[in-house]
Design a protein around this ligand. Structure first.
Ligand code: ZN
Length: 312
């Protein structure tokens, strides 16, 4: 069994996308509106494809459906996670995601969306939209209908290396200049609350107010406990960044070489800085890979690099 399978990503082009995914991460993708790189995905909207080994050319969903042994025989009707790099050249819409229960009922069996952000790069004064100030559901609807966005939304300052967990029901928006790695449930369900009245191809993008009001948590919880500030990390170590009932996200720092185990049936990994090797495979900034059950027993990395990994 291959210990690691390199993956080729899917790219999405968006109204708010930019050029960083090509110019900073080196992906061979044309256009100046590249919003997202879906590096590790088995979602039907955009799938990763194996780029190495005996399964080269297979989609990740095919591997999940036909070779579950690669994933330590993990259970589930679909590969559970999706790992993206997002380049916000402009503000994303102010949005919210449903939980599993709501999505299953209202979105044709889709998963809900918990997500975790690792800030790869951002302007010095970057602020993200997280949470809102409405005290009741009625107040929320009134503030939205009157367009009182400055009163409604909460903003928090972030820096490179910060980690933020976004639970379903949380109003949020990634703002211009922020580049981040998102680890999320394998879902593409987003309800737009506000899109800054932007126009593309002569029209505004659709809003989803009713569903947004259905799922927004009111009042919004204090999210200070969901933000982890950038912390120093020792060379050749693994630091857990965020852990919830759907995933654990960790950062790996490699200098020289080391081996580790995270007690998982399979591990998603993305190189965010530097280059090196994972087992015998050469990897560099922007490389995405699946570490299979065979490799996950004892993951061997060498070189000088940083990676974000995730597992269930
Ligand atoms: Zn989101």
């Amino acid at each position: 069994m291959d210990k690691v399978i390199l993956l080729n990503p899917y790219f999405s082009h968006t109204i708010w996308g930019g050029k960083k995914l090509r110019e900073v991460f080196g992906y061979d993708e044309p256009g100046d509106d590249i919003g997202e790189c879906w590096g590790i995905s088995a979602h039907p909207v955009g799938e990763s494809v194996a780029a190495s080994g005996e399964f080269k050319g297979k989609r990740l969903s095919e591997l999940w459906n036909e070779h579950r042994e690669l994933f330590g025989n993990a259970e589930g009707d679909r590969f559970p996670l999706l790992v993206k790099i997002i380049d916000a050249d402009d503000d994303l819409s102010i949005q919210v995601h449903p939980d599993d229960e709501y999505a299953k009922l209202h979105e044709d069996g889709a998963l809900g969306k918990k997500e975790c952000w690792y800030i790869l790069d951002c302007p010095d004064d970057a602020e993200l939209v997280i949470g809102h100030n409405a005290r009741t559901a009625d107040e929320l609807k009134t503030m939205v209908s009157e367009g009182r966005w400055d009163d409604l939304i909460r903003k928090i300052r972030v820096r490179k290396g910060d980690v933020i967990q976004i639970d379903p029901g949380t109003v949020h928006s990634i703002t211009a200049g922020v580049c981040l790695l998102e680890t999320q449930q394998s879902s593409d369900i987003t309800y737009r609350l506000y899109d800054y009245d932007r126009i593309r191809d002569g029209k505004k993008r659709e809003l989803h107010l009713r569903k947004s009001f259905d799922v927004i948590t009111v009042p919004a919880p204090d999210i200070s406990g969901q933000i982890q500030k950038n912390a120093e990390q020792e060379d050749n170590s693994v630091a857990v960044l965020s852990s919830c009932d759907r995933y654990t996200v960790s950062k790996v720092k490699v200098s020289g070489g080391f081996s580790f185990n995270c007690d998982a049936g399979f591990v998603n990994a993305t190189v965010i800085e530097g280059s090196g090797r994972v087992f015998d495979k050469e990897v560099k900034k922007g490389s995405h890979m699946l570490i299979t059950a065979e490799g996950a027993k004892c993951i061997r990395m060498s070189g000088n690099m940083e990676l974000i990994i995730s597992y269930i």
